[in-house]
Design a protein around this ligand. Structure first.
Ligand code: GDP
Ligand code: MG
Length: 596
């Protein structure tokens, strides 16, 4: 296709502002999905299939659209919608020349609207501001058009108004996409360069890689090369999704499509990498490639120890489709054999855990998630700590913790409660702006460890659901952090060690010791439960001894009853873990680890 007849765009929006619904309408209006096939959230439906690895799915859809008698090809590129996947979002944006910035006409700008807008501006995209849901009776298009115009620096009249639900204004929007967005430019005769913006494992076809061609041309049957690693593959199939895969004779400048090489693992076809021709390779990659970097770690253990090999297999399978998932074996006194697993964020952790449980039928227990620290002990070496148990003993000179730049949007009446919450989480305010007279944007620098767990829930509940949050990694800081150990009769229970700020160590210690006192049954001897920083005890509870022998109850010499009791006791013991001399039912560990 002639690049001047191509337009590549994405839709960016805060969650629930109607991106999927608008995409549906576009598929329908352009005729690529007939009314008969149309189901709500057509592309989302395919997402689910994709997760299960059943069919090839479109991460980009090619749609024909005619304007002023000329036939154009529109490529709509989907972007993931969550902060955990910012890097993937940035690569999808990099595949486009422009973005439709979609805002709910009854809600106005929210945190993800801003976060996505900033990413789009960084990527030099042309932005088309659009208000959606104008059919809603409580829509305030004039008010929010002014807000949006003010934000991006255009006239309120330039903000388009549509309804993804009724279809109103959507044809006009497609016309504007053609009019306002620049056509892709690239060198047709240069060595091929294409950027990978998504890579998906398919059970039948292996990895399906979605690319945007910048220069040159990719053709079937030639050998391609991944520029980050230099590995080469034969290009078995190349084509476009519309939205079903249609093989083609090749993709040229500005085109968006998929390619299949027969590789079986998404790590061989990585998002952000540049694909070139191995016979005539480009000298420079397109840039912007980053290795996925896990931000949050947690131990995952099977409830039933015999499921350990099954858990390993399941993780191996998930990794085929998830380049960001990393793991290594780990053992725990309390929980047995498991894995230390790294995630992009908490959502990534939840999705992974849910998939392991539902798709692989595993019952799992996970340890409290922690972020990654750099710790300098007496030897002046900085070591990376992804597990509290790796925190060095002895004198600690410095601990570095990861930081984030957070953006919070809220009605101005909640400024006070938001500030209070951020301060209690060791945040520093970096700025505040009014988006309109009753809505503010607050910017904070916060430790990742303080927001990654329950911050969003807290924010929502304190603002009655009105605040929205977005954040991205933003360097690190030196902080007064310590490791708190929990000891049973003097022995450390590894799964409960935590790295916290010194000011919060005491509350963590008392919380865990009192929880465990409730959960651990009495033993033949007294069991002290302690919380300690190094050798200094900061909290203590006691479980008093019992003297009752289970056999003392048996009257006379009833041998068979005695045997039965012994059997029963043995059975019970199987699910007991020994910590030093102390017997702890595994349920107690699990209950203590669960957050509520
Ligand atoms: P996404 O999270 O941005 O993909 O949003 P969805 O497309 O899933 O839409 C979120 C909710 O808003 C759904 O209940 C939609 O039915 C509804 N919705 C989307 N667009 C419109 C619209 O134009 N008008 C109305 N009234 N509702 C809409
Ligand atoms: Mg959606």
């Amino acid at each position: 296709t002639d690049p001047s007849l191509i337009r590549n765009f994405c839709i960016i929006a805060h969650i629930d502002h109607g991106k999927s619904t608008l995409a549906d309408r576009m598929l329908q209006l352009t005729g690529v999905v007939s009314a008969r096939e149309m189901k709500a959230q057509y592309l989302d439906r395919m997402d689910i299939e994709r997760e299960r690895g059943i069919t090839i799915k479109s991460q980009a859809v090619r749609m024909p659209w005619e304007a002023d008698g000329t036939a154009y090809a529109l490529n709509m590129i989907d972007t993931p919608g969550h902060v955990d996947f910012t890097y993937e979002v940035s690569r999808s944006l990099a595949a486009c020349e422009g973005a439709i910035l979609l805002v709910d006409a009854a809600q106005g700008i929210e945190a993800q609207t801003l976060a996505n807008l900033y990413l789009a501006i960084e990527g030099d995209l042309t932005i088309i501001p659009v208000l959606n849901k104008i059919d809603l009776p409580n829509a305030q298009p004039e008010k929010y058009a002014a807000e949006l115009a003010n934000l991006i620096g255009c006239e309120p009249e330039e903000v388009l108004k549509v309804s993804g639900k009724t279809g109103e204004g959507v044809e006009a929007l497609l016309d504007e996409v053609i009019k306002q967005l620049p056509a892709p430019v690239g060198e047709a005769d240069a060595p091929a360069r294409a950027m990978i913006f998504d890579s998906v494992y398919d059970t039948y076809r292996g990895v399906v890689t979605y690319v945007r061609v910048v220069d040159g041309k990719l053709e079937p049957r030639e050998r391609i090369q991944m520029m980050s690693t230099g590995t080469t593959h034969e290009l078995l199939e190349i084509g476009v999704s519309s939205p079903n895969p249609i093989p083609s004779k090749g993709l040229g400048v500005g085109e968006v499509g998929y390619l299949i090489t027969g590789v079986k693992d998404v790590r061989q076809s990585k998002v952000g990498d540049t694909v070139t021709n191995s016979l005539k390779p480009a000298t420079d990659s397109l840039g912007g490639y980053e290795e996925p970097k896990p931000m949050v770690f947690s131990g995952l253990y099977p409830l039933d120890g015999t499921d350990y090999p099954a858990l390993r297999d399941a993780l191996d399978k998930l990794q085929l489709n998830d380049a960001a998932l990393i793991y290594e074996p780990e053992t725990s006194v309390a929980l047995g054999f498991g894995f230390r697993v790294g995630f992009l964020g908490l959502l990534h952790l939840e999705i992974t855990r849910q998939r392991l449980e539902s798709e692989f039928n595993l019952d799992l227990i996970s340890t409290a998630p922690n972020v990654v620290y750099e710790v300098m002990g007496e030897d002046k070496q900085l070591i990376t700590v992804t597990n509290p148990s790796e925190f060095p003993d002895g004198k600690i000179l410095e601990v570095h913790e990861p930081m984030v730049a957070a953006t919070i949007l809220a009605p101005s009446e909640f400024i006070g409660v938001v500030m209070e919450l951020c301060q209690s989480r060791r945040g520093t305010m970096r700025g505040m702006d009014y988006l309109s007279e009753d809505r503010v944007e607050m910017r904070y620098h916060l430790p990742l460890a303080e927001i990654v767990f329950d911050f969003f829930d807290q924010l929502k509940s304190r603002t009655r659901g009105y605040a929205s949050l977005d954040w991205k990694a933003d360097g690190e800081q030196v902080a007064d952090l310590v490791k708190v150990d929990i000891l049973l009769q003097g022995d450390t229970v590894d799964a409960f060690s935590a790295i916290t700020h010194r000011d919060k160590a005491y509350s963590y210690g008392t919380m865990m010791t009192s929880k465990l006192r409730e959960l651990i049954p009495r033993q033949q001897f007294e069991v002290p439960i302690q919380a300690a920083i190094g050798s200094r005890i900061i909290a203590r509870e006691n479980i008093r001894a019992i003297r009752k022998d289970v056999l003392a109850k048996c009257y006379g010499g009833d041998i068979s009853r005695k045997r039965k009791l012994l059997e029963k006791q043995k059975e019970g013991k199987k699910r007991m873990k020994m910590v030093g001399r102390v017997e702890v039912p595994q349920e107690a560990f699990i209950a203590a680890l669960s957050t509520d």
